[in-house]
Design a protein around this ligand. Structure first.
Ligand SMILES: [Zn+2]
Length: 483
Protein backbone atom coordinates (compact mmCIF):
# COMPACT_ATOMS: atom_id res chain seq x y z
CA UNK A 1 0.00 0.00 0.00
CA UNK A 2 1.48 3.30 -1.06
CA UNK A 3 -0.30 5.36 1.51
CA UNK A 4 -3.30 5.09 3.77
CA UNK A 5 -6.09 6.80 1.93
CA UNK A 6 -9.75 5.97 2.08
CA UNK A 7 -9.76 3.32 -0.66
CA UNK A 8 -6.58 1.79 0.76
CA UNK A 9 -8.13 1.64 4.23
CA UNK A 10 -11.16 -0.07 2.79
CA UNK A 11 -8.92 -2.41 0.83
CA UNK A 12 -7.04 -3.39 3.97
CA UNK A 13 -10.27 -3.91 5.82
CA UNK A 14 -11.74 -5.93 2.96
CA UNK A 15 -8.61 -8.06 2.86
CA UNK A 16 -8.72 -8.59 6.58
CA UNK A 17 -12.39 -9.47 6.60
CA UNK A 18 -12.02 -11.87 3.67
CA UNK A 19 -8.87 -13.59 4.89
CA UNK A 20 -8.43 -16.03 7.74
CA UNK A 21 -9.54 -13.01 9.56
CA UNK A 22 -7.57 -11.61 12.34
CA UNK A 23 -10.06 -8.75 12.68
CA UNK A 24 -12.96 -11.05 13.45
CA UNK A 25 -11.01 -12.82 16.11
CA UNK A 26 -10.66 -10.75 19.23
CA UNK A 27 -7.07 -9.77 19.94
CA UNK A 28 -5.47 -11.81 22.66
CA UNK A 29 -6.00 -9.64 25.71
CA UNK A 30 -3.56 -9.40 28.58
CA UNK A 31 -4.14 -11.86 31.44
CA UNK A 32 -5.01 -10.70 34.96
CA UNK A 33 -1.37 -11.21 35.95
CA UNK A 34 -0.12 -9.18 32.97
CA UNK A 35 -2.56 -6.42 33.79
CA UNK A 36 -1.59 -6.39 37.46
CA UNK A 37 2.05 -5.95 36.50
CA UNK A 38 1.22 -3.23 33.95
CA UNK A 39 -0.80 -1.39 36.58
CA UNK A 40 2.01 -1.66 39.13
CA UNK A 41 4.52 -0.23 36.64
CA UNK A 42 2.15 2.63 35.77
CA UNK A 43 1.64 3.38 39.49
CA UNK A 44 5.37 3.30 40.18
CA UNK A 45 6.12 5.71 37.32
CA UNK A 46 3.37 8.18 38.24
CA UNK A 47 4.64 8.29 41.80
CA UNK A 48 8.22 9.10 40.77
CA UNK A 49 8.46 12.84 40.18
CA UNK A 50 10.23 13.32 36.83
CA UNK A 51 9.63 17.07 36.40
CA UNK A 52 12.50 19.37 35.45
CA UNK A 53 12.55 20.86 38.96
CA UNK A 54 14.77 20.39 42.04
CA UNK A 55 12.29 17.75 43.27
CA UNK A 56 12.26 15.85 39.99
CA UNK A 57 14.59 13.17 38.64
CA UNK A 58 14.23 11.31 35.36
CA UNK A 59 17.05 9.07 36.57
CA UNK A 60 14.88 7.81 39.43
CA UNK A 61 12.27 6.65 36.91
CA UNK A 62 14.84 5.15 34.54
CA UNK A 63 16.61 3.34 37.37
CA UNK A 64 13.35 1.86 38.67
CA UNK A 65 12.60 0.47 35.21
CA UNK A 66 16.19 -0.74 34.82
CA UNK A 67 15.75 -2.76 38.01
CA UNK A 68 12.58 -4.37 36.67
CA UNK A 69 14.31 -5.44 33.44
CA UNK A 70 17.39 -6.81 35.23
CA UNK A 71 15.23 -8.63 37.82
CA UNK A 72 13.29 -10.17 34.92
CA UNK A 73 16.52 -11.59 33.49
CA UNK A 74 17.30 -9.19 30.65
CA UNK A 75 21.08 -9.30 29.99
CA UNK A 76 22.80 -6.25 31.50
CA UNK A 77 24.28 -5.35 28.12
CA UNK A 78 20.75 -4.88 26.76
CA UNK A 79 19.63 -2.57 29.57
CA UNK A 80 21.55 0.68 29.28
CA UNK A 81 21.17 3.54 31.73
CA UNK A 82 22.98 6.51 30.25
CA UNK A 83 22.86 10.28 29.85
CA UNK A 84 24.74 13.55 30.07
CA UNK A 85 23.51 14.52 33.55
CA UNK A 86 23.15 12.64 36.80
CA UNK A 87 19.45 13.53 37.08
CA UNK A 88 18.64 13.08 33.40
CA UNK A 89 19.63 9.49 32.67
CA UNK A 90 17.83 7.70 29.83
CA UNK A 91 17.11 3.98 29.70
CA UNK A 92 17.55 2.04 26.46
CA UNK A 93 16.34 -1.57 26.50
CA UNK A 94 16.78 -4.07 23.70
CA UNK A 95 14.75 -7.21 23.22
CA UNK A 96 17.20 -9.03 21.04
CA UNK A 97 16.32 -11.05 17.94
CA UNK A 98 16.67 -14.84 18.17
CA UNK A 99 19.38 -14.66 15.50
CA UNK A 100 21.12 -11.65 14.04
CA UNK A 101 18.91 -10.79 11.11
CA UNK A 102 19.02 -8.45 8.20
CA UNK A 103 16.10 -6.30 9.33
CA UNK A 104 16.87 -3.17 11.30
CA UNK A 105 15.23 -2.83 14.73
CA UNK A 106 11.97 -1.04 15.49
CA UNK A 107 12.29 1.56 18.24
CA UNK A 108 9.63 2.82 20.63
CA UNK A 109 10.48 6.35 21.80
CA UNK A 110 8.93 7.42 25.10
CA UNK A 111 9.78 10.50 27.12
CA UNK A 112 9.85 9.94 30.88
CA UNK A 113 9.67 13.55 32.06
CA UNK A 114 6.42 15.27 32.90
CA UNK A 115 5.30 18.89 33.20
CA UNK A 116 5.25 20.34 36.71
CA UNK A 117 1.97 19.95 38.65
CA UNK A 118 1.06 21.64 41.92
CA UNK A 119 -0.89 19.85 44.64
CA UNK A 120 -2.85 23.07 45.27
CA UNK A 121 -4.17 23.10 41.68
CA UNK A 122 -5.39 19.51 41.77
CA UNK A 123 -8.19 17.61 43.49
CA UNK A 124 -5.80 14.71 44.14
CA UNK A 125 -2.05 14.57 44.69
CA UNK A 126 -0.61 14.71 41.14
CA UNK A 127 2.23 12.40 42.20
CA UNK A 128 -0.05 9.80 43.71
CA UNK A 129 -1.63 7.16 41.46
CA UNK A 130 -5.34 7.39 42.18
CA UNK A 131 -8.00 5.07 40.76
CA UNK A 132 -11.43 6.68 40.72
CA UNK A 133 -14.63 6.31 38.68
CA UNK A 134 -13.03 4.23 35.94
CA UNK A 135 -10.00 6.52 35.57
CA UNK A 136 -6.39 6.60 36.68
CA UNK A 137 -5.45 10.08 37.92
CA UNK A 138 -1.96 11.55 38.22
CA UNK A 139 0.58 13.69 36.39
CA UNK A 140 1.63 11.80 33.28
CA UNK A 141 -1.43 9.55 32.98
CA UNK A 142 -1.98 11.09 29.52
CA UNK A 143 1.45 12.54 28.71
CA UNK A 144 2.98 10.00 28.62
CA UNK A 145 3.66 7.60 31.45
CA UNK A 146 0.68 5.58 30.23
CA UNK A 147 2.66 4.59 27.14
CA UNK A 148 5.97 4.36 29.05
CA UNK A 149 4.37 1.84 31.40
CA UNK A 150 2.51 -0.04 28.66
CA UNK A 151 5.73 -0.54 26.71
CA UNK A 152 7.80 -1.54 29.73
CA UNK A 153 5.06 -4.07 30.55
CA UNK A 154 4.98 -5.28 26.92
CA UNK A 155 8.75 -5.85 26.77
CA UNK A 156 8.68 -7.68 30.12
CA UNK A 157 5.78 -9.84 29.00
CA UNK A 158 7.36 -10.74 25.66
CA UNK A 159 10.54 -11.72 27.51
CA UNK A 160 8.66 -13.71 30.14
CA UNK A 161 6.81 -15.63 27.44
CA UNK A 162 10.12 -16.52 25.82
CA UNK A 163 9.22 -14.62 22.64
CA UNK A 164 12.11 -14.60 20.17
CA UNK A 165 11.63 -11.71 17.73
CA UNK A 166 12.99 -11.85 14.18
CA UNK A 167 14.37 -8.32 14.58
CA UNK A 168 15.49 -6.38 17.64
CA UNK A 169 12.87 -4.32 19.44
CA UNK A 170 14.17 -1.26 21.30
CA UNK A 171 12.52 0.83 23.99
CA UNK A 172 14.05 4.24 24.76
CA UNK A 173 12.81 6.04 27.89
CA UNK A 174 14.16 9.57 27.65
CA UNK A 175 14.63 12.87 29.47
CA UNK A 176 13.64 16.48 28.87
CA UNK A 177 11.08 16.34 26.09
CA UNK A 178 8.91 18.83 27.93
CA UNK A 179 11.79 21.20 28.62
CA UNK A 180 15.22 21.22 30.22
CA UNK A 181 18.73 21.19 28.87
CA UNK A 182 19.30 17.48 28.37
CA UNK A 183 16.90 16.24 25.72
CA UNK A 184 17.46 12.49 25.77
CA UNK A 185 16.25 11.77 22.22
CA UNK A 186 18.62 14.36 20.80
CA UNK A 187 21.52 13.14 22.94
CA UNK A 188 21.01 9.44 22.19
CA UNK A 189 20.74 9.84 18.44
CA UNK A 190 23.86 12.03 18.36
CA UNK A 191 26.04 10.22 20.90
CA UNK A 192 24.83 6.62 20.75
CA UNK A 193 23.38 6.10 17.30
CA UNK A 194 24.33 2.39 17.50
CA UNK A 195 22.03 1.91 20.51
CA UNK A 196 19.00 3.58 18.96
CA UNK A 197 19.41 3.03 15.23
CA UNK A 198 16.18 1.67 13.77
CA UNK A 199 14.18 1.07 10.61
CA UNK A 200 11.50 3.33 12.05
CA UNK A 201 10.38 4.88 15.30
CA UNK A 202 6.98 4.65 16.94
CA UNK A 203 6.59 7.66 19.22
CA UNK A 204 3.47 7.32 21.39
CA UNK A 205 3.75 11.00 22.35
CA UNK A 206 1.41 11.83 19.46
CA UNK A 207 -1.50 10.31 17.60
CA UNK A 208 -4.16 8.09 19.05
CA UNK A 209 -7.82 7.26 18.85
CA UNK A 210 -10.36 10.07 19.10
CA UNK A 211 -13.55 9.17 20.95
CA UNK A 212 -16.87 10.95 20.65
CA UNK A 213 -19.14 9.88 23.53
CA UNK A 214 -17.33 6.57 23.70
CA UNK A 215 -17.43 5.91 19.95
CA UNK A 216 -14.04 5.66 18.19
CA UNK A 217 -14.17 8.23 15.37
CA UNK A 218 -10.68 8.23 13.90
CA UNK A 219 -7.19 6.95 14.69
CA UNK A 220 -4.59 9.63 13.96
CA UNK A 221 -1.01 8.67 13.20
CA UNK A 222 1.43 11.56 13.24
CA UNK A 223 3.57 11.01 10.15
CA UNK A 224 5.29 14.39 9.95
CA UNK A 225 5.49 17.64 11.86
CA UNK A 226 6.34 21.26 11.23
CA UNK A 227 9.57 22.83 12.47
CA UNK A 228 9.48 25.46 15.20
CA UNK A 229 11.74 28.51 14.73
CA UNK A 230 11.97 31.92 16.38
CA UNK A 231 13.48 34.97 14.68
CA UNK A 232 14.54 38.23 16.29
CA UNK A 233 13.85 41.26 14.12
CA UNK A 234 15.61 44.46 15.18
CA UNK A 235 15.64 48.06 14.06
CA UNK A 236 18.25 50.40 15.56
CA UNK A 237 18.55 54.18 15.44
CA UNK A 238 20.86 56.82 16.92
CA UNK A 239 17.81 58.11 18.81
CA UNK A 240 17.68 61.55 20.33
CA UNK A 241 15.24 63.95 21.93
CA UNK A 242 11.59 63.26 21.07
CA UNK A 243 10.99 67.00 20.63
CA UNK A 244 13.08 66.78 17.45
CA UNK A 245 11.93 63.65 15.56
CA UNK A 246 14.22 62.44 12.78
CA UNK A 247 12.97 61.11 9.45
CA UNK A 248 14.17 57.63 10.34
CA UNK A 249 12.65 55.89 13.34
CA UNK A 250 13.27 52.41 14.77
CA UNK A 251 9.67 51.83 15.86
CA UNK A 252 8.16 52.88 12.52
CA UNK A 253 10.68 50.82 10.55
CA UNK A 254 9.96 47.74 12.62
CA UNK A 255 6.18 48.11 12.55
CA UNK A 256 6.21 48.81 8.80
CA UNK A 257 8.09 45.54 8.35
CA UNK A 258 5.69 43.63 10.60
CA UNK A 259 2.71 45.01 8.68
CA UNK A 260 4.25 43.59 5.49
CA UNK A 261 4.50 40.22 7.24
CA UNK A 262 0.88 40.49 8.36
CA UNK A 263 -0.18 40.99 4.74
CA UNK A 264 1.99 38.16 3.43
CA UNK A 265 0.79 34.61 2.90
CA UNK A 266 3.31 31.79 2.50
CA UNK A 267 2.71 29.53 -0.51
CA UNK A 268 0.11 26.77 -0.37
CA UNK A 269 1.72 23.32 -0.08
CA UNK A 270 0.72 19.71 0.29
CA UNK A 271 2.71 16.59 0.99
CA UNK A 272 1.83 12.90 0.99
CA UNK A 273 0.58 13.09 4.56
CA UNK A 274 -1.57 16.20 4.38
CA UNK A 275 -2.94 15.17 0.97
CA UNK A 276 -4.16 11.91 2.49
CA UNK A 277 -5.46 13.69 5.56
CA UNK A 278 -7.49 16.23 3.56
CA UNK A 279 -8.79 13.49 1.29
CA UNK A 280 -10.02 11.48 4.28
CA UNK A 281 -11.48 14.61 5.86
CA UNK A 282 -13.35 15.50 2.67
CA UNK A 283 -15.21 12.22 3.06
CA UNK A 284 -16.38 13.17 6.53
CA UNK A 285 -17.22 16.86 5.94
CA UNK A 286 -20.24 18.17 4.04
CA UNK A 287 -21.22 21.17 1.89
CA UNK A 288 -18.76 23.90 0.96
CA UNK A 289 -16.01 22.59 3.23
CA UNK A 290 -16.10 19.15 1.58
CA UNK A 291 -16.13 20.74 -1.89
CA UNK A 292 -13.23 23.04 -0.98
CA UNK A 293 -11.21 20.17 0.45
CA UNK A 294 -11.62 18.27 -2.83
CA UNK A 295 -10.79 21.41 -4.84
CA UNK A 296 -7.44 21.97 -3.11
CA UNK A 297 -6.48 18.38 -3.97
CA UNK A 298 -7.06 18.95 -7.68
CA UNK A 299 -4.20 19.65 -10.11
CA UNK A 300 -3.61 22.52 -10.01
CA UNK A 301 -5.11 23.23 -6.61
CA UNK A 302 -8.01 25.69 -6.50
CA UNK A 303 -6.58 28.76 -4.79
CA UNK A 304 -10.02 30.28 -4.12
CA UNK A 305 -10.92 27.13 -2.17
CA UNK A 306 -7.59 27.32 -0.32
CA UNK A 307 -8.34 30.93 0.61
CA UNK A 308 -11.79 29.99 1.98
CA UNK A 309 -10.39 27.07 3.99
CA UNK A 310 -7.43 29.21 5.10
CA UNK A 311 -9.74 31.50 7.07
CA UNK A 312 -9.88 28.61 9.55
CA UNK A 313 -6.51 28.74 11.40
CA UNK A 314 -6.16 24.99 11.82
CA UNK A 315 -6.56 24.38 8.07
CA UNK A 316 -4.34 27.32 7.19
CA UNK A 317 -1.47 26.12 9.34
CA UNK A 318 -1.81 22.63 7.87
CA UNK A 319 -1.09 23.74 4.31
CA UNK A 320 1.58 26.39 4.58
CA UNK A 321 4.44 27.77 6.63
CA UNK A 322 3.21 30.42 9.05
CA UNK A 323 5.16 33.24 10.68
CA UNK A 324 3.63 35.60 13.20
CA UNK A 325 4.93 38.36 15.47
CA UNK A 326 4.53 37.21 19.06
CA UNK A 327 6.51 39.73 21.16
CA UNK A 328 7.49 43.36 20.84
CA UNK A 329 9.73 45.72 22.76
CA UNK A 330 11.00 49.18 21.91
CA UNK A 331 12.22 52.44 23.38
CA UNK A 332 13.67 53.37 26.72
CA UNK A 333 11.88 56.59 27.79
CA UNK A 334 8.63 58.41 26.97
CA UNK A 335 10.52 61.50 25.82
CA UNK A 336 13.27 59.85 23.79
CA UNK A 337 13.45 58.48 20.24
CA UNK A 338 13.72 54.71 20.39
CA UNK A 339 17.24 53.44 19.81
CA UNK A 340 16.07 49.87 19.50
CA UNK A 341 12.81 48.25 18.42
CA UNK A 342 12.66 44.50 18.46
CA UNK A 343 10.09 41.82 17.67
CA UNK A 344 10.02 38.07 18.01
CA UNK A 345 8.61 36.34 14.97
CA UNK A 346 7.58 32.73 15.53
CA UNK A 347 7.50 30.47 12.49
CA UNK A 348 6.09 26.98 12.00
CA UNK A 349 7.89 25.73 8.95
CA UNK A 350 6.34 23.30 6.48
CA UNK A 351 8.48 20.16 6.01
CA UNK A 352 10.99 20.51 3.19
CA UNK A 353 12.17 24.03 4.10
CA UNK A 354 15.04 25.05 6.34
CA UNK A 355 14.96 27.77 9.01
CA UNK A 356 17.64 29.62 7.01
CA UNK A 357 15.44 29.56 3.90
CA UNK A 358 12.61 31.10 5.94
CA UNK A 359 14.97 33.69 7.45
CA UNK A 360 15.93 34.75 3.91
CA UNK A 361 12.25 34.89 2.99
CA UNK A 362 11.52 37.16 5.96
CA UNK A 363 14.36 39.48 4.87
CA UNK A 364 12.77 39.59 1.42
CA UNK A 365 9.30 40.32 2.83
CA UNK A 366 10.59 43.13 5.02
CA UNK A 367 12.63 44.64 2.18
CA UNK A 368 14.56 46.89 4.52
CA UNK A 369 18.31 46.34 4.64
CA UNK A 370 18.53 48.33 7.90
CA UNK A 371 16.65 45.63 9.82
CA UNK A 372 18.50 42.64 11.19
CA UNK A 373 16.78 39.25 11.16
CA UNK A 374 18.49 36.77 13.47
CA UNK A 375 17.73 33.21 14.51
CA UNK A 376 16.93 32.35 18.13
CA UNK A 377 17.70 28.75 19.12
CA UNK A 378 15.70 26.58 21.54
CA UNK A 379 18.18 27.57 24.25
CA UNK A 380 17.76 31.29 23.37
CA UNK A 381 21.14 31.66 21.66
CA UNK A 382 20.84 34.38 19.00
CA UNK A 383 22.81 33.88 15.78
CA UNK A 384 23.16 35.72 12.47
CA UNK A 385 22.08 32.74 10.41
CA UNK A 386 19.68 29.87 10.97
CA UNK A 387 20.19 26.11 10.55
CA UNK A 388 20.21 24.87 6.96
CA UNK A 389 18.72 21.50 7.85
CA UNK A 390 15.26 20.82 6.54
CA UNK A 391 12.56 18.82 8.21
CA UNK A 392 12.30 15.63 6.27
CA UNK A 393 9.60 15.56 3.64
CA UNK A 394 7.51 12.62 4.77
CA UNK A 395 7.76 9.47 2.74
CA UNK A 396 4.55 7.81 1.69
CA UNK A 397 3.34 5.90 4.76
CA UNK A 398 5.32 2.65 4.78
CA UNK A 399 3.17 -0.44 4.43
CA UNK A 400 5.35 -2.40 6.86
CA UNK A 401 4.45 0.21 9.51
CA UNK A 402 0.85 0.93 8.61
CA UNK A 403 -0.51 -2.46 7.64
CA UNK A 404 -0.13 -4.02 11.12
CA UNK A 405 -0.95 -0.71 12.81
CA UNK A 406 -4.21 -0.45 10.88
CA UNK A 407 -5.09 -4.11 11.23
CA UNK A 408 -4.55 -4.19 15.00
CA UNK A 409 -6.20 -0.82 15.60
CA UNK A 410 -9.27 -2.00 13.69
CA UNK A 411 -9.33 -5.26 15.62
CA UNK A 412 -9.61 -3.21 18.82
CA UNK A 413 -11.86 -0.43 17.46
CA UNK A 414 -13.75 -2.07 14.57
CA UNK A 415 -14.13 0.07 11.47
CA UNK A 416 -12.24 3.11 12.75
CA UNK A 417 -10.41 4.88 9.91
CA UNK A 418 -6.65 5.19 10.40
CA UNK A 419 -5.23 8.38 8.93
CA UNK A 420 -1.74 9.89 8.86
CA UNK A 421 -1.64 13.52 9.99
CA UNK A 422 0.84 16.40 10.15
CA UNK A 423 1.18 17.98 13.59
CA UNK A 424 1.68 21.71 13.81
CA UNK A 425 3.56 21.21 17.07
CA UNK A 426 6.84 19.41 17.54
CA UNK A 427 7.90 16.31 19.46
CA UNK A 428 11.08 14.30 20.00
CA UNK A 429 10.38 12.63 16.64
CA UNK A 430 12.16 15.67 15.22
CA UNK A 431 15.59 14.44 16.33
CA UNK A 432 15.17 11.00 14.79
CA UNK A 433 13.65 12.41 11.61
CA UNK A 434 16.68 14.73 11.35
CA UNK A 435 18.88 11.65 11.56
CA UNK A 436 16.98 10.11 8.65
CA UNK A 437 14.90 7.64 10.65
CA UNK A 438 11.19 7.75 9.78
CA UNK A 439 8.99 8.47 12.79
CA UNK A 440 5.33 7.78 13.37
CA UNK A 441 3.42 9.17 16.33
CA UNK A 442 0.88 6.71 17.64
CA UNK A 443 -0.18 5.95 21.22
CA UNK A 444 -3.15 3.62 20.67
CA UNK A 445 -4.65 5.57 23.55
CA UNK A 446 -8.35 6.34 23.13
CA UNK A 447 -9.46 9.65 24.61
CA UNK A 448 -12.62 11.70 24.42
CA UNK A 449 -12.00 14.71 22.17
CA UNK A 450 -12.91 17.10 24.99
CA UNK A 451 -10.92 15.34 27.71
CA UNK A 452 -7.35 16.25 26.73
CA UNK A 453 -5.73 17.05 30.08
CA UNK A 454 -2.07 16.77 29.11
CA UNK A 455 -0.10 19.47 31.00
CA UNK A 456 -3.33 20.44 32.79
CA UNK A 457 -4.94 19.81 36.15
CA UNK A 458 -6.50 16.51 37.24
CA UNK A 459 -4.83 14.65 34.34
CA UNK A 460 -6.51 11.28 33.94
CA UNK A 461 -6.80 8.25 31.71
CA UNK A 462 -9.75 5.89 31.28
CA UNK A 463 -8.63 2.53 32.69
CA UNK A 464 -10.12 0.76 29.68
CA UNK A 465 -7.92 2.88 27.37
CA UNK A 466 -4.86 1.70 29.24
CA UNK A 467 -5.76 -1.97 28.78
CA UNK A 468 -6.44 -1.43 25.07
CA UNK A 469 -3.09 0.29 24.49
CA UNK A 470 -1.43 -2.62 26.29
CA UNK A 471 -3.10 -5.07 23.91
CA UNK A 472 -2.14 -2.90 20.94
CA UNK A 473 1.56 -2.68 21.77
CA UNK A 474 1.81 -6.39 22.52
CA UNK A 475 0.21 -7.33 19.18
CA UNK A 476 2.08 -4.63 17.22
CA UNK A 477 5.48 -5.58 18.67
CA UNK A 478 4.90 -9.16 17.61
CA UNK A 479 3.48 -8.23 14.21
CA UNK A 480 6.50 -6.13 13.21
CA UNK A 481 9.04 -8.63 14.52
CA UNK A 482 7.38 -11.94 13.64
CA UNK A 483 7.22 -13.96 10.48
ZN1 LIG B 1 4.51 14.44 25.75
Amino acid sequence: MRRIDVPACLAVLAFVLAGPCFAQMPLPTASATDRAEARAIFKELIEINTTDTPQGSVTAGSAAMQKRFLDAGFPAKDVNLLGPDVRKMNLVVRLRAAAPGTKKPVLFLCHMDVVQALRSDWHTDPFEFVEKDGYYYGRGTQDMKDSDAALVATFLRLHREGYRPKRDLILALTADEEGGKFNGADWLVRQHRDLVDAAWVINPDAGGVELDHGRAVVADVEATEKVYSDFQVTAVNPGGHSSRPRPDNAIYELTAALNKLAAYTFPFELNEVTRTYFKNLAGQETGQTAADLRAILATPPDMAAAARLGSEPSFNSNFRTTCVATMLKAGHAPNALAQTAQANVNCRIFPGHSPEEIRQRLIGIFGDAKLSVKYVSDSYVVSDTAPQRKAMVPPPPISEVFEPLTRITQAIWPGVPVTPVMENGASDSFYFAQAGIPCYGYSAIALERDDDRAHGQDERLPIDSYWKSLDFFYAYSKAVSGE
